[in-house]
Write a protein that binds this ligand. Structure first.
Ligand code: ARG
Length: 298
């Protein structure tokens, strides 16, 4: 079984894994229906315990400027129309996961959303895959939860996956993926801090050797494993992790789009030759998501 949860058992290093093309395009989903209607994660209530209130106009502006930032970086952006009644639909990372294959093909794995309120989002991703001739794969019936690219982080350029096990995705999902792809190495990480409930809130792979990580989200075994996969890993200061710096997205090995104000992370990125692209995503952070969550790479 190609699933590993410790450095001691993983028989390869990242550079030994087969090469795959990087996914170069992003899909975003219109935020017209975006709202906070129930608390699905630790970020959705204010200090008094009330559900956060979304400023819809500001959310729209922030979403538009994120799309513009991708386009300025030369990345093609496709848009899914808003789905009435689906307040989290704009978090396009979650309803599916696109896996690029070493032979140049790719497939879309459809999610099994943990919250009933999000289950209706998946059909629109499947329709997008059909329209774009992407092979659709489904998890077997016994898999209870799988939240797509929220917990499935590709190692840039390699047939290697970093996978979160926690409130949103179960080990059974990774077993199913391993059965389908015995030559894919899957490194799994147990998430045990409720503030970092998806792996994408705690790990941002930038290029083959470099990543941003939130050390608090992992146990000692996970940290060792991740640091061996990425020779250069920046441990984000906790204040910036809580501003979702760990939810940054590097679409091309150079630009790193991240929440505005994460200055220590930005400084480190510049020192390593990356180009930080700060954007404001505050309205979406009120729902527990930032840059990486707001798009699906495909
Ligand atoms: N409110 C959404 C949820 O809890 C936010 C999803 C953020 N997405 C992400 N990939 N972390 O499901």
């Amino acid at each position: 079984m190609p699933i590993y949860n410790s450095l001691e058992t993983w028989p390869r290093r990242a550079a030994d894994c087969r090469q795959t093309p990087r996914l170069g395009r992003v899909l975003m989903a219109d935020p017209a229906a975006f709202d906070v209607v129930d608390a699905q994660n630790a970020h959705m209530r204010d200090a008094a315990g009330e559900l956060n209130i979304i400023n819809k106009k500001r959310a729209r502006e922030q979403w538009e400027s994120l799309a513009a930032a991708y386009r300025r970086a030369g990345i093609d952006v496709s848009i899914l129309d808003a789905e009435p009644g689906l307040p989290d639909f704009c978090f396009a990372a979650n309803p599916s996961f696109v896996l690029p294959l070493p032979d140049g093909g790719r497939e879309m794995w459809l999610s099994k959303m943990a919250h009933a309120s999000r289950r209706g989002e998946v059909a629109a991703h499947a329709a997008f895959a059909r329209k774009n001739n992407i092979n659709i794969r489904e998890m077997p019936a016994h898999v209870p939860r799988f939240e797509g690219t929220g917990d499935a982080m590709l190692h840039p350029g390699r047939f290697l996956l970093h996978a979160g096990v926690g409130p949103r995705s179960t080990r059974a999902a990774w077993d199913a993926l391993a059965d389908a792809h015995p030559d894919l190495d899957i490194l799994i990480y147990q998430l045990h801090d409720e503030r970092f409930y998806h792996l994408d809130t705690a790990l941002a792979p930038l290029d083959e050797n470099t990543a941003l990580i939130v050390p608090q989200a992992f146990d000692g075994r996970g940290l060792k494993l991740i640091k061996s996969a990425f020779a250069s890993a920046f441990e984000i200061p906790i204040a910036e992790s809580l501003q979702f710096a760990g939810n940054a997205h590097c679409p091309d090995g150079r630009h790193v789009i991240l929440q505005k104000g994460c200055v220590e992370t930005e400084r480190w990125l510049r020192s390593r030759g990356f180009e930080p692209v700060p954007v404001e995503t505050g309205e979406f952070i009120k729902s527990g998501g930032s840059v990486f969550c707001l798009k699906l790479a495909w």
